[in-house]
Design a protein around this ligand. Sequence first.
Ligand SMILES: [Zn+2]
Ligand SMILES: [Zn+2]
Length: 391
Amino acid sequence: MGEVIDRLRVDNGIARHAPTFIALRRDIHQHPELSFEEHRTSALVARHLRDWGYEVFTGIAGTGVVGRLKKGQGGKTLGLRADMDALPIQETTGLPYASQHPGVMHACGHDGHTAILLAAVRFLAEEGQFDGTLHLIFQPAEEIGAGAKKMIAEGLFERFPCDAVYGLHNWPGVRAGHLGCVEGPAMASIDYAKVTITGQGGHGAEPHRAVDPVLATAHLITALQSVVSRNVDPLEMGVVTVGSIHGGVAANVIPDSVELRLTARSFKPEVRAVIKERVPALAKAQAESLGAHAEVDFQNGFPPVINHPRETAFARDVARDALGDDFVDPHFRPRTASEDFAYLLQARPGSFLFLGNGDSASLHNPRYDFNDAVLAPAAAYWAHLVERYLS
Ligand SMILES: [Zn+2]
Ligand SMILES: [Zn+2]
């Protein structure tokens, strides 16, 4: 009974201000800002946090903001993170609150993540019952995988200790408001490679006088699919995707070179290492077998999101109480997309959760929109988590 009354107190407290935060979310949506340029968003977050009585620290990793609220004498500390940046995409939703900045769009729902956390922290400041220190981490530059790392490098966890850290991402195609908790690997590591195959250009009618980089590239693209099928342990996950190929301008001209760009994903460091070793080796060998030459620029992106078992079990428990069993998917599967929350989980225990966005366009799609119906339930969830963790 106590649990039910408690749940109503939080839910009602959040629901009362839900329209304000939906309006705020749409305001952020109208004014999207690219990675490390979140000046307006960051100022808006800082202003609200100050208004609600938080200690506010700005300028961490440029546009990053941390809010601190301490209640009681408890020594426990907790961090909640929201990301704030948008993407270089031209919005085509046609919504009344569509982006006012040409070529920039909140196509990943970070406007929603920011508004969810603000809704939760307003309630926690005004009516929240907890004993300890809460740190709100409003992070810049998630989309380029740089913000989390930079905040940590600038002393995030030394200045703002967190016994545990949590974050969430909305997920299109998952029933609205449903929460997914995944123990262990939850999202993949991400790496990139640029491969330049150089031959010797010539007349398309006289291939015997040229070294054809197009043919070498064709062989390489096929061969690259053997990395996952023949080098990675069949019981593990790996992805190698060639997403870009550029070379040549005319049907009857053999070009000097062709450029490929690929991305690689995995959950485990062993798999990541296999891909990093095999892609350049194959590129060089394939090119040389046809008289061409390959240059490979392999760029490490960021590590996989590995959720800590204890903190994930706790998050799932809270979700069952706060949202009800029907809204918690016990079999939610890991995703092969990537998130720089990975760095926060390397530094501190915690968990990264998935929040159903319903039947919307996919993330990074020009028609995507965050589902405002999940804002209040998700904010209530954060509030429950804080009250339970800092009790
Ligand atoms: Zn994104
Ligand atoms: Zn995102």
